[in-house]
Every structure is written in structure tokens, then in C-alpha cells.
Design a protein around this ligand. Structure first.
Ligand SMILES: O=c1ccn([C@H]2C[C@H](O)[C@@H](CO)O2)c(=O)[nH]1
Ligand SMILES: [Zn+2]
Length: 154
């Protein structure tokens, strides 16, 4: 297999990627998403979000939300992390953990980020987390059912 899976264009090999993550791997990913949250640039919303993306080769790429005085230019933590990963050569993902400061509910990705995740496969895991490390796991497909994706424009 092409190590970086770059020849797969634009669909991916999620089926071949084991998603049986150990408790330790999940905890580490969630911890890293909370660590990434500390870098959030969110002077307007003051709503910090962090994301940690686990690639097929077990590297972790993080992102935070980055807002802008021109409000609509802000980017979410999840899309930031995915863009970083793709620009560094990774397109196949095992999981993404998402962190906010809300302790009364799990942070859930916006519709734009769900579509952005979906571009890189339906069958990978999203860990919605709280600051105490508790989480809810969902697949991209569960978050975005009946979706439009790269296969539809072949
Ligand atoms: O899943 C989410 C939800 C919101 N935000 C950001 C966008 C904006 O900067 C702030 C408030 O919506 O939180 C994320 O980064 N990810
Ligand atoms: Zn988003």
C-alpha cells in the first residue's frame, strides 16, 4: 500500500483501517484535543474548541478554532486539524476527538465540519468529549447520514 495513501483519489481505505482503539489511545487523543483547545483564538465567541486527529499511521494532528474580525472567516478546530493533516500528506483517518469547555454536554461538530470529515470517509470515529475526559463516540456516517460525497460526482 502506498504509505501515505496519496494514490487513493479521492476516496479512501477506511475499511482497511482498524478502528479498535485501545482505552489508552482514546484517552491520549481526548487529552490532546483538550490541550489543543488552549491554543484557541476566539476573542469574539470566547468559545474554545480543540481537535485531535488520529491518522492511519497513528500520528496525531491537532487543531483549534481560529476566529477573525471578519467573523465569517473563522475556522473550526476540526477543519483546521483536517486541513493540517491533508497538507502534511495524510488523508486516511481513524478518529478525531473534539473538546470544548462545556461540562454539561458533549461538543458536536457543525454541519460544515461534518461534511469536511465525510470527504475523507464515512466509516471513522468522532469522539465528542467533555473536560472531565468523558466521551461519546459516533461515526462520521452517524453524524451525517444520507450524505453527499466524492462518489456522487464521479
Ligand atoms: O464543533 C465546533 C463548534 C464550534 N466551533 C467554533 C467556531 C467558533 O469559533 C466558535 C463558536 O461557534 O466555536 C468549533 O471550532 N467546532
Ligand atoms: Zn465546524
Amino acid at each position: 500500500m502506498d504509505k501515505n495513501n496519496l494514490s487513493e483519489n479521492p476516496t479512501h481505505i477506511q475499511e482497511q483501517v482498524s478502528r479498535q482503539l485501545s482505552d489508552e489511545t482514546v484517552k491520549n487523543l481526548i487529552d490532546q484535543s483538550h490541550e489543543a483547545k488552549k491554543q484557541a483564538y476566539c476573542p469574539y465567541s470566547k468559545f474554545r474548541v480543540g481537535a485531535a486527529l488520529l491518522t492511519f499511521d497513528d500520528s496525531v494532528i491537532t487543531g483549534c478554532n481560529v476566529e477573525n474580525a471578519c467573523y465569517n472567516l473563522g475556522i473550526c478546530a476540526e477543519r483546521n486539524a483536517i486541513s493540517k493533516a491533508v497538507s502534511e500528506g495524510s488523508r486516511t483517518f481513524k478518529a478525531i476527538a473534539i473538546a470544548s469547555d462545556k461540562d454539561d454536554e458533549f461538543i458536536s461538530p457543525c454541519g460544515g465540519c461534518r461534511q469536511f470529515m465525510r470527504e475523507f470517509g464515512l466509516n471513522w470515529d468522532v469522539y465528542l468529549s467533555k473536560p472531565d475526559g468523558s466521551y461519546r463516540k459516533m461515526t462520521v456516517e452517524e453524524l451525517l447520514p444520507v450524505s453527499f460525497g466524492p462518489d456522487h460526482i464521479k
